[in-house]
Ligand binder design. Structure first.
Ligand SMILES: [Zn+2]
Length: 347
C-alpha cells in the first residue's frame, strides 16, 4: 500500500510494482470471469488500484508530479495491454478447433445455382413436356453411321471432313449433333414418338467469341401418322411465344440432309421489336432454330415405314439462346466457370 503522503521514490516503486502485479494477475486468469475480477481489482473505475495511484498524484509535491505522472502512464499502458492480450488469448482458446479466430467476420453461406445454359435447357424442356414430349439421351461418342449415315448425309458431305469433326478412329467420332439420339429412339420405339434430346456435341471449331468445340444442343422429334408441316409450324410458334414472348415468327427455307422440306425459324428481335438494331444486325429478326419434316430416308434407315408415318424435327443451341437472353458478348463466358460471372446469371 502507498503511504498517505508518499515520496517520489515510494510512488515510482509502487507504480512499477502495481504494473508488474496487475500484468501477472491478468496473465494468470484462466477464464473470462477470472479476467474480469482481475480487471476490476486493477482497472476498476470505483476502487481500482490504478485509480488509487492516479489519486495519489495529487498528494505529491508539485516538482515530483512530472516524473510520477510518467510512471503512472506507463503503469496504465502496461496494464491495459496485458488485459487485451489475455482477452484475445482466452477468446482463441475457448474454441475446440485449431486456432479459430472468433473475431473474424462470419462467412456468408455459399449457395449453388444452375448454370445459365442449364436454365435455358430446363425451360425449353418444361414447355415441350407440357406438349407430351419426354427426354431421350444417348452416347457422346458415336459411330459414323449414327452420326451421318443414318441421317441421310451423302458420303462426301463436308461436315464429315476431318476439319469439322473430331474422330476417335475406326469409324468412331464425337457426335457433332444430338441427332443420333433421334435415330436410336426411332430404332427402339414404335411411333407415336415425341422426344427432346438435350446433350453436349463436339465440333472442330476454334474457341473464340462465337464458337466452342464442345457445346450444348437440344433437338426435338415428333413422329406419328398424319403429321404435317402444319404441326411443326404450330408447335414451334407456340414454343417461341412461350419462351421468347415473341409476337412474330417467320420460317425461311433452308437445307439439312435429314429433313425435307427444311426451315430456319426466326423470332422478332426482342431488343428492337423488329425495327433493326446491332443485336439483330439490322434485320429485326433473331435466328433461333433449324427445323423440317424428317426425310423419308431417315425414317427408313431406322426401320420406320415412311409411307405410313411422317414426322418433324428441330434443333437449337441453348448457349446461343443464353447469350441473347443475358446479352453476352462472348460465348466463352459460358464455359470459363468464372464464379464472378456465373454469380450474376445463375439461379
Ligand atoms: Zn434488333
Amino acid at each position: 500500500m502507498l503511504p498517505e503522503n508518499p515520496t517520489l521514490e515510494q510512488y515510482l516503486a509502487h507504480a512499477a510494482e502495481l504494473a508488474e502485479r496487475g500484468a501477472a494477475a491478468f496473465a494468470q486468469a484462466n477464464d473470462p470471469d477470472a479476467l474480469e475480477a482481475a480487471r476490476i481489482q486493477f482497472l476498476g473505475d470505483k476502487r481500482g488500484e490504478l485509480l488509487a495511484l492516479q489519486k495519489a498524484l495529487g498528494a505529491l509535491p508539485a516538482d515530483s508530479r512530472r516524473d510520477a505522472g510518467r510512471a503512472f502512464n506507463e503503469a496504465k499502458t502496461r496494464l491495459n495491454a496485458a488485459l487485451d492480450d489475455r482477452r484475445t488469448t482466452l477468446a482463441r482458446s475457448t474454441s475446440t478447433g485449431p486456432a479459430l479466430d472468433l473475431t473474424l467476420p462470419a462467412r456468408e453461406r455459399w449457395r449453388g445455382g444452375r448454370h445459365p445454359v442449364t436454365l435455358v435447357i430446363d425451360e425449353i424442356v418444361g414447355i415441350f413436356r407440357e406438349l407430351g414430349f419426354t427426354i431421350a439421351l444417348g452416347p457422346e461418342s458415336e459411330s459414323e453411321w449414327y452420326n451421318f449415315g443414318a441421317l441421310n448425309f451423302p458420303a462426301d458431305h463436308p461436315a464429315m471432313d476431318l476439319h469439322d469433326t473430331l474422330y476417335l478412329g475406326e469409324g468412331a467420332l464425337l457426335r457433332t449433333h444430338t441427332s443420333p439420339v433421334q435415330v436410336r429412339t426411332l430404332q427402339r420405339h414404335a411411333p407415336p414418338i415425341r422426344i427432346l434430346a438435350p446433350g453436349t456435341v463436339f465440333r472442330r471449331d476454334p474457341f473464340d467469341a462465337s464458337h466452342a468445340p464442345a457445346f450444348a444442343q437440344i433437338e426435338g422429334l415428333a413422329v406419328d401418322e398424319g403429321i404435317s408441316f402444319v404441326d411443326l409450324k404450330a408447335t414451334l410458334t407456340h414454343f417461341a411465344q412461350r419462351f421468347f414472348g415473341a409476337t412474330r415468327t417467320r420460317f425461311r427455307p433452308s437445307y439439312f440432309p435429314f429433313t425435307e422440306p427444311s426451315a430456319e425459324m426466326d423470332v422478332a428481335c426482342r431488343l428492337c421489336g423488329g425495327k433493326g438494331c446491332a443485336a439483330c444486325k439490322g434485320t429485326g429478326w433473331m435466328e433461333i432454330l433449324g427445323s423440317g419434316m424428317v426425310h423419308p430416308a431417315v425414317l427408313e434407315a431406322a426401320g420406320i415405314d415412311s409411307e405410313r408415318y411422317t414426322g418433324w424435327a428441330f434443333g437449337m443451341g441453348p448457349a446461343r439462346i443464353a447469350m441473347q437472353r443475358y446479352d453476352l458478348p462472348d460465348i466463352r463466358l459460358l464455359y470459363d466457370s468464372d464464379i464472378r460471372f456465373l454469380e450474376q446469371v445463375a439461379e
